[in-house]
Write a protein that binds this ligand. Structure first.
Ligand SMILES: C=C(O[C@@H]1C=C(C(=O)O)C=C[C@H]1O)C(=O)O
Length: 421
């Protein structure tokens, strides 16, 4: 009957072909509907939209995805199935569904171009029988933002420092061990901000981070919530931070001090424990390093631990992200108390900041980073973007130092917005 709504997912045709090296991936992004997940030259860029699913949680999104995958027809001429090739969805999820006006979702693009370890592929999704799409080609360099002004977010600097003091007081009273408090900053340019410019600058400056663009959420995160490939899950846990000075000798001494700082080691331990506990039910073997290493980024040094796990058959990256979010790196310990304290003290809608962002493929492999060092483009005013940064607060935290740390974490986005070439 005409107009009848079919409850089943659409049946998607998916075709993947090997292609010659396409050069810099982000140069191929078109102006609209662009999606990106890149790191050090590898990754995927995509565009167009075949299907979108508004999700209530990563777990619910996983269910939808499984149904969609089951009803798709795939052909591929790749001799080995590279993770990310074939049917793929990009996604991003809100930090706290109970305290936000924003929504989570998965989007299946029409065209995906990927590269990994020297091999490149092109996937086209939702093709009509016999349809050929034009080959992707690099367009003109997107325009740099002009005349960007920054204005404070939902709390003034004094109010935010006071919130940190209150959090330290609540921790001292024994109500919780750690809470992560974030703040925001609004940037407004003279004309429409082109996210491709931001992706390009972030990817160049932060090649060790995962640079992403999903539905107006743009950033470059150093923190991998979970990556799953061939049954091996990896999570890069960060907590404990020092701002770099730009002087290598001084930074070396700072790195040594960071790796001995009991305040930072304590903060880190909570984050690692929350990830290990969340992964444990899904795996047969779990490796948690005894000590963190220092991850050096251009703006900050972080204490980092790479937790690895061999997972049981049938476990997917999205399923693991559902179990891991929110880790103590972005929420706190214990989770529920920390989430309530965040809602009471931050006066901020985090939207998708600090939520999972990444991709899944049809096999269930995928990468879900934590949306940090990011901004969310304003849907109603394309000149504006809201930037976010937060800090783990423990008993020994000092509000002044936390303010400076959050400022250092805003540096990647501020840099991308104010660089003109
Ligand atoms: C919350 C953020 O970063 C998190 C907090 C860290 C810390 O407090 O040391 C370090 C890395 C991230 O886990 C952020 O960048 O906004």
């Amino acid at each position: 009957m005409l107009g009848e709504v079919t409850p089943t997912a659409p049946r998607l045709r998916v075709r993947t072909v090997a292609v010659p090296d396409p050069g810099p991936l982000v140069a191929l992004l078109p102006e609209t509907d662009a999606l990106a997940w890149v790191r050090g030259g590898d990754g995927m860029v995509a565009w167009g939209e075949v299907v979108r699913h508004k999700a209530t949680s990563p777990a619910e999104a996983e269910e939808w995805w499984t149904t969609l995958v089951a009803s798709s027809d795939e052909v591929s001429d790749l001799d080995v199935a590279l993770p990310g090739s074939g049917l793929v969805a990009f996604g991003s999820f809100v930090f706290d569904p109970d305290n936000t006006s924003a929504s989570s979702g998965l989007v299946v693009p029409r065209t995906v171009l990927g590269r990994r370890g020297g091999r490149a592929w092109l996937t086209e999704i939702g093709l009509e029988a016999g349809e050929q799409r034009p080959a992707p080609c690099a367009g003109p360099v997107p325009p740099a933002p002009r005349g960007v002004r920054f204005e404070g977010g939902s709390l003034t600097s004094d109010q935010w420092r006071a919130a940190v003091s209150r959090a330290v007081g609540t921790i001292a009273a024994g109500d919780l061990d750690k809470v992560v408090l974030a703040r925001d900053l609004v940037a407004t340019a003279e004309s429409r901000l082109d996210p491709r410019w931001l992706v390009g600058r972030l990817g160049e400056t932060y090649p060790r981070c995962w640079t992403y663009l999903v539905d107006g959420l743009v950033g470059s995160t150093p923190e991998m919530l979970v990556r799953l490939e061939a049954g091996l899950a990896t999570s890069r846990v960060l907590a404990g931070t020092i701002q770099r000075t730009g002087d290598d000798q001084v930074d070396l001494a700072l790195a040594a001090a960071l790796s001995r700082s009991s305040k930072d080691l304590e903060e880190h331990e909570y984050a690692v424990a929350s990830v290990a506990a969340a992964l444990a039910p899904f795996c047969s073997a779990l490796n948690v390093p005894e000590n963190p290493y220092v991850l050096e980024l251009p703006n900050v040094l972080h204490l980092a631990s790479d937790v690895t796990a061999a997972v049981e058959p049938g476990v997917t990256a999205l399923g693991l992200a559902a179990a891991l979010h929110p880790s103590a790196a972005v929420c706190g310990t214990p989770t529920g108390t920390a989430r309530d304290l965040i809602a009471a003290l931050e006066h901020l809608d985090r939207e998708r900041y600090a939520g999972p962002v990444g991709w899944t493929d049809a096999s269930g492999a995928g990468e879900w980073g934590i949306a940090l060092r990011c901004g969310i483009l304003d849907e109603t005013d394309p000149r504006r973007i809201r930037l976010f940064a937060g800090c783990g607060i423990v008993a020994g935290s000092d509000p002044e130092a936390e303010w400076a740390e959050a400022q250092a974490k805003l540096a990647p986005m501020i840099g991308a917005l104010t660089t003109t070439r």
